[in-house]
Design a protein around this ligand. Sequence first.
Ligand code: SLL
Length: 219
Amino acid sequence: MSSKRTKGVTVVYPIVYGNVATLLPQKKVPDSDHTHKWTVSVRGINGSDISHFVKKVTFKLHETYSNPQRGTFVEQPPFEITETGWGEFELSIKLQFVEPGEKPVSLYHNLRLHPYEEDGSISTVNRNKPVQSFQYDELVFTDPSEALYQILTQHPIPTLPLRSSPNMPYSLQAEQDELRKIDEAYKKVQEQLVLYKNKMEKITKELDDVKGNLEQHKK
Ligand code: SLL
């Protein structure tokens, strides 16, 4: 493969990674305290195959998993692993590309097993329903090698639809909404900062006044 780099070119490939989890029927795994079955996966949006440019995906699990499972790698699509367990943890997903010169990319995912309510409590009503936790991300290849550029552009790169639908929550509209929310939250934080700064200035002034009065009394 040619490792010559294509200068000034950026290829963006949208992906989705995360997990689904289901509650295990009790006593499903003999002699174990495992409560859930889960699958972690990474693929292109719309479930598209990424194996034309991804060579290997390594899933690194929590240290409570025994050694063989802890660093499981997959070299064929689908890039996913299924395990059972009892707890949630952050796992890493390392992507290596078909072009060895291209730096691997590590993604981090909080494995979710429980159906959480808005307030953070675990929903008892939805306890038996499968839980899903996925996130959208973009692989950004800046100045990729010529070979990788060829591979990436010879296959269709999925694009975000304009609007979300029940089985496709990611869209340009959702991206805009998210950006707007971040912007609003940023503004709110700035406003709060000004408020607190003013409050602090007032309190410092009051404190100085009290100190001044105290000095006057001492004299
Ligand atoms: C917790 N901080 O306490 C987390 C750690 C680890 C989950 C969760 C191991 C399974 C096995 C397993 O499920 N680990 O022993 O094979 O919730």
